[in-house]
Design a protein around this ligand. Structure first.
Ligand code: SF4
Ligand code: SF4
Length: 228
C-alpha cells in the first residue's frame, strides 16, 4: 500500500506535552533498583522507532543508536527474541539515558509511553489504553485521572494523522489491542480506556461493551496500590 511521507519533526512538535503536569519519573524511579524511571531504563524497556523516525533522528542527533542487545548486562530478554518480535518497519533503539536526554529528539515511543492507541475489533481508534506489561511499575497507569487533557488531545491528533498517512500502523495497533483483550480475558479484568471524547471507560474485553467511569475510580496496581 502506498503511504504518504511523514514529517517527523512536525509530528514531534505536535506531540510534546508531558503526560502529567509534573515529572512522573520522580514517582516511579525510587522503586527501580537502577534508580531510573522505568520507561527510560534500557534494562526494563527497549524503545522502538518507525523507520522514518530513524531516518530523521540519525543525522540530527547523537542521542540514539541502534540497539545492540548488550546495553543491559542483566537483561532477562533474549536479544534475538526481541528482534524477531519487532515489526519490519520498526527498529529497536537505545538512548544516552535520562541524564543526557534531548527532549526534542525523543522518539514517538517515549512520547506515547505508557499508552498506545486502542483499536476496536471493527477497527475504530477509540482512545488511549496503557501498556499492560508496565501496570505494576508505572505510576501514571495507577493514576490515569492525572493525565492532562492537553496530552490526551495531542495523542489523539498525532495518531489520527499517523493512521491517515500510514494505514498499516492502525493494523499494527489493532493487533496489539487484540492481544490486550485476550490478556484481560485471562485476567478477568476490564480494560481502562481514556476515550477520545474526554471521558474514561472500562471495556469488557470479550463483548467490547463500555461502561463510563470516573477516572479517579480506576484501579491502582503494583507499587502504587495502597497510595491512592
Ligand atoms: S511514564 Fe510511568 S514509568 Fe515513565 S517516568 Fe512516568 S511514571 Fe515512570
Ligand atoms: S530518549 Fe529520553 S525519554 Fe526516551 S527513553 Fe531515552 S531518556 Fe527516556
Amino acid at each position: 500500500m502506498k503511504t504518504h511521507p511523514l514529517d517527523i519533526r512536525q509530528l514531534y512538535n505536535n506531540f510534546d506535552a508531558p503526560v502529567v503536569a509534573f515529572d512522573c519519573g520522580q514517582r516511579c524511579a525510587a522503586y527501580n533498583s537502577s534508580g531510573l524511571p522505568f520507561c527510560c531504563d534500557i534494562c526494563r524497556a527497549v524503545p522502538a522507532a518507525l523507520q522514518p523516525e530513524w531516518d530523521y533522528l540519525r543525522p540530527n542527533t547523537d542521542l540514539w543508536h541502534v540497539w545492540r542487545g548488550d546495553e543491559c548486562e542483566s537483561a532477562p530478554e533474549d536479544p534475538q527474541n526481541l528482534l524477531d518480535e519487532t515489526p519490519e518497519h520498526m527498529l529497536l533503539l537505545a538512548c544516552l539515558g535520562p541524564d543526557r536526554c534531548q527532549r526534542q529528539y525523543r522518539a514517538l515511543s517515549c512520547r506515547q509511553f505508557p499508552f498506545f492507541p486502542y483499536i476496536t475489533s471493527d477497527l475504530r481508534f477509540l482512545g488511549l489504553a496503557y501498556d499492560w506489561e508496565f501496570d505494576a511499575l508505572c505510576w501514571v497507569i495507577s493514576h490515569l485521572d492525572q493525565v492532562t487533557g492537553e496530552y490526551r488531545q495531542q495523542f489523539i491528533q498525532t495518531y489520527d494523522n499517523l493512521f491517515a498517512a500510514w494505514p498499516a500502523e492502525l493494523m499494527s495497533y489493532a493487533l496489539r489491542s487484540q492481544d490486550m483483550r485476550e490478556c484481560f480475558i485471562e485476567r478477568r479484568r476490564r480494560i481502562p480506556l481514556l476515550h477520545r471524547n474526554g471521558e474514561a471507560y472500562l471495556i469488557s474485553p470479550s463483548s467490547e461493551r463500555m461502561q463510563r467511569v470516573s477516572p479517579e475510580r480506576l484501579p491502582t496496581m503494583g507499587y502504587y496500590h495502597s497510595t491512592q
